[in-house]
Design a protein around this ligand. Structure first.
Ligand SMILES: [Zn+2]
Length: 146
């Protein structure tokens, strides 16, 4: 979020570690902590819904995501620079916890129940029920190496 909002160039290689850190600080200062957190929550919510393509992303939710991040390529570049930054600098447990938080910017297809039925043309063989990647009561991912 911070890098997307910073002056980081979109179509060039990332800068040095120090430069990337400076862009992160610039983005945080530019957005403010509250807006940064809000955007990160909604970004993660949209990301989790879109992940794997099993769950429909409601059009209004996708539209607000696209409005917040009009340059999809820049969002990709910022994500890659963030991953590289985390590789070099690591991440605190508090940051990991913050980064795992997600929220849907609008009505979630599960209607906050944690489960959703995906109806494919009314065909019971094609249709399925799935845990909501944002609101499921149990974790969706198991991390190796614990
Ligand atoms: Zn949901």
């Amino acid at each position: 979020m911070a890098l997307y909002a910073s002056d980081m160039p979109t179509r060039r290689r990332y800068g040095s570690k120090e430069q990337v850190r400076a862009w992160v600080v610039q983005g945080v200062e530019r957005l403010g902590r509250r807006e940064l957190t809000r955007r990160a929550l909604f970004f993660n919510g949209q990301f989790l819904l879109a992940l794997g393509g099993l769950v429909p992303v409601p059009a209004p939710v996708q539209a607000r995501h696209d409005e917040r991040f009009p340059d999809a390529y820049r969002l990709t570049v910022a994500g890659q620079a963030t991953a590289t930054s985390v590789l070099f600098d690591g991440m605190s447990k508090a940051a990991m916890k913050r980064n795992a938080a997600a929220k849907v910017d609008g009505q979630c297809p599960c209607e906050d129940t944690g489960r959703m039925f995906i109806d494919i043309d009314g065909d019971p063989d094609l249709s399925y029920e799935v845990d909501c990647p944002v609101h499921a009561s149990t974790p969706q991912f198991v991390r190796a190496g614990r």
